[in-house]
Design a protein around this ligand. Structure first.
Ligand SMILES: [Fe+2]
Length: 306
């Protein structure tokens, strides 16, 4: 496929989500997965009962673990602007033919929330959060900056991508061919990525590290704790981030990343970096080429798709 620039539909008047706040997972062994997030990834356990753990990086909770039969990502939390009208967002959502629910005080620090399902059944939780959450610096583990993105395998990638654009206000940052979309809701190149692979399921969840030095420390720390790299370290073509993937205890894949492209919306291109091949680097359709996956060489192993 020839590479083409993506037309940016920036003028749509709508209330857009601005940030991923948290992801919610079901997991069979709650204690083991909680220990991985606290002792290895370095999030703070700030609330726990027998069926749920709330884990913080910068927000009150960035990860919620709930006891469940299978390991899966079941919900995603997104913030709209602090001064945005949640009633108007709900109205805008139902006008798209999407059935919503309204929840009062559903989770710690969230007083009012609109929820609805995306086409693959993942529940969207949309809310406003007035200020910072003042989390303390974790005392152990890798300690990422934040949850950065969640990637999913999809049965119908075009339908689900359209939902994130039209209902939540995401923008297209890049596509690989016609089967892998990278969508942003802020300056970060992608917050959601969707890969058409025939089934609907979690692909990976990514946490942002400071830089290459932090990534080296993280890879050594993972190794010392018995976690081998699944793929990486490397540098993705799409998004241009440094990456390193490993599998968490419940089988779900975690990515650690740094140096992800950042969009300058007014200029319509990503902040220039020495490793870019396009100048400027604009949103586009990438060819399905090894460079799109990893400029440094190694292509993803079969194991990544399990
Ligand atoms: Fe990723």
């Amino acid at each position: 496929m020839t590479q083409q620039t993506l037309i940016q539909k920036d003028s749509r008047p709508m209330i857009r989500v601005k940030k991923i706040a948290h992801a919610v997972y079901e997991t069979p062994d709650l204690d083991k997965q909680t220990e991985y997030y606290t002792d290895v990834l370095g999030l703070n356990l700030i609330a726990k009962d027998k069926d749920a753990s709330f884990l913080a990086s910068l927000d009150h909770h960035s990860v919620v673990l709930r006891k469940g039969a299978a390991a899966q990502c079941v919900r995603l939390g997104f913030q709209i602007a602090p001064d945005a009208d949640l009633n108007a967002f709900e109205k805008q959502t139902t006008a798209q033919g999407v059935k919503t629910k309204r929840l009062k005080d559903p989770e710690p620090t969230i007083s009012d929330m609109v929820t609805f399902e995306d086409p693959k059944g993942t529940v969207m939780e949309v809310f406003t959060r007035p200020g910072g959450q003042n989390q303390s610096f974790p005392k152990k583990g890798i300690v990422p900056h934040k949850i950065g993105h969640v990637a999913f395998h999809c049965a119908d990638v075009k339908l689900i991508t359209k939902f994130y654009l039209d209902v939540l206000g995401f923008r297209e940052s890049d596509w690989m061919g016609d089967f892998f979309s990278f969508l942003r809701c802020g300056v970060d190149h992608h917050t959601i990525n969707l890969m058409g692979s025939g089934t609907n399921r979690h692909f990976h969840t990514a946490f942002e590290l400071r830089d290459w030095g932090h990534m080296q420390t993280a890879c050594d720390f993972l190794s010392l704790n018995g976690y081998k790299q699944l793929w990486g370290p490397g540098r993705h073509g799409i998004g241009h981030n440094l990456f390193a993937y490993h599998r968490s205890p419940n089988g779900l894949i975690t990515e650690l990343f740094a140096e992800l492209d950042r969009m300058n919306e007014d200029l319509g291109y990503f902040e220039p970096r020495p490793w870019h091949r396009d100048r400027p680097q604009r949103p586009k359709v990438w060819a399905k080429d090894p460079n799109a996956a990893n400029y440094w060489g190694l292509t993803p192993p079969e194991e990544m798709m399990k």
